[in-house]
Design a binder for this molecule. Structure first.
Ligand SMILES: Cc1c2[nH]c(c1CCC(=O)O)Cc1[nH]c(c(CCC(=O)O)c1C)Cc1[nH]c(c(CCC(=O)O)c1C)Cc1[nH]c(c(C)c1CCC(=O)O)C2
Length: 339
């Protein structure tokens, strides 16, 4: 197996900087769109052989140094008592959201083997022939809670924050339940063969640092403590987290994911020896090649040759991104970072 990604995640020196992309399997690929004509996203996830095929698409097409299991952060929520759909161009919509503390009675304990056997089977299938490490993943409790309380995507996070402030005890109860569920889910993924795991706290950057410390951080500490015995690298990712980066680092994760709104050299200076992942703006992939090259070099120069850099975008690949540009970025990073 190509170990470059795992070495960088452990902060070790690598022959070149490894690359993978969040949402590297998705609608920007004609091959994925073709599969999506036959299956919805939850249907893909429920068919391990289709999941394996979709997960492998970008590895063959782009030459990336890691695969990420194809699933969604909402995948475990069905088993926890929620009725939801993923609406194209919008995101997850929960038909029975949590609006009052009484709604917490609906929360079912999550059992990975009973509720997501297809995910574990897909990992086992992938491990048979994948030549790069496989990243498992889960949503972080705050990001999951934001969907469960808002009922879907939101711009201002008013409902989730109102619940958090007004119903602090119920909030912590919900966060504890989600934390334990995600520990069980990620543990099962690693036991099935995942070589690393990423925790997506995509929307946590909408909180102030003091709210993060009070309402989220203890749960993230518990989450990463619960993963610490697994022996695989853990990646802790969020967007718009410049003000939270050190709090997130203290909460846990061997690697900190940095989005494109945080200057990479600043993140490097703040985080010390902790390995980092990021942080090209996904929109740059729509630019003419000389601009893409300039921006990729900017990230590499901000890293200044230090070990423990995993090249990625600041957030997921957007639909409509030219596949050819993504391929060129992988080759360019590999070539420019040879040592
Ligand atoms: C917030 C979040 C979600 N899902 C996820 C997050 C955290 C990462 C992030 O911050 O982007 C995580 C996720 N979702 C998906 C993956 C697959 C692995 C990969 O990165 O390649 C991963 C890691 C598949 C997917 N999940 C989804 C798609 C869209 C494509 C489709 O409908 O086929 C994919 C490839 C649907 C989804 N699911 C979600 C959203 C916002 C959307 C997009 C809705 C849209 O724009 O149509 C919730």
């Amino acid at each position: 197996m190509n170990e470059v990604f795992l070495k960088a995640a452990r902060g070790e020196t690598t022959p070149y900087t490894p690359v993978w992309f969040m949402r590297q399997a998705g609608r920007y690929q004609p091959e994925y769109r073709k599969i999506r004509e036959r299956y919805t996203l939850p249907e893909i996830v429920r068919h391990p052989e289709v999941t394996a095929e979709v997960t492998k698409l970008p590895v063959a097409q782009l030459g990336v140094d890691a695969a990420i299991l194809f699933a969604d952060i909402t995948t475990p929520l069905y088993g926890m008592g929620f009725d939801l759909d993923i609406v194209e161009g919008k995101g997850p919509v929960i038909h029975n959201p949590i609006r009052t503390p009484k709604d917490l009675h609906r929360l079912q304990p999550f059992d990975p083997k009973a509720h997501t056997p297809f995910v574990l089977e897909a990992i086992r299938l992938l491990k048979e022939d994948l030549e790069v490490p496989l990243i498992g993943f889960a949503g972080a409790p705050f990001t999951l809670a934001s969907y469960l309380i808002e009922g879907g995507p939101t711009r201002n996070f008013v409902r989730v924050k109102a619940f958090m402030y007004a119903e602090e005890e119920a909030w912590h109860q919900l966060m504890r339940a989600l934390t334990e569920a995600m520990i069980a889910y990620l543990t099962a993924q690693v036991h099935a063969g995942a070589d690393a795991v990423q925790v997506f706290d995509s929307w946590v950057g909408h909180l102030t640092a003091s709210d993060y410390r009070r309402y989220v951080k203890p749960h993230m500490q518990r989450l990463f403590a619960g993963l610490s015995g697994l022996g695989v690298p853990t990646i802790h990712f969020g967007t718009r987290t410049m003000h939270l980066l050190e709090e997130m680092q203290a909460a846990g994760g061997q690697v900190i994911g940095v989005d494109h709104t945080t200057p990479f050299d600043w993140a490097r200076a703040r985080l010390g020896a902790t390995p980092v992942q990021g942080n090209l703006d996904p929109a740059v992939l729509f630019a003419p090649w000389p601009v893409v090259e300039r921006e990729v070099l900017r990230v590499l120069e901000a890293n200044a040759g230090r070990a423990g850099h995993i090249f990625n975008l600041g957030h997921g690949i957007l639909p409509g991104t030219p596949v050819e540009t993504v391929q060129r970025v992988v080759a360019f990073v590999h070539e420019r970072t040879q040592r």
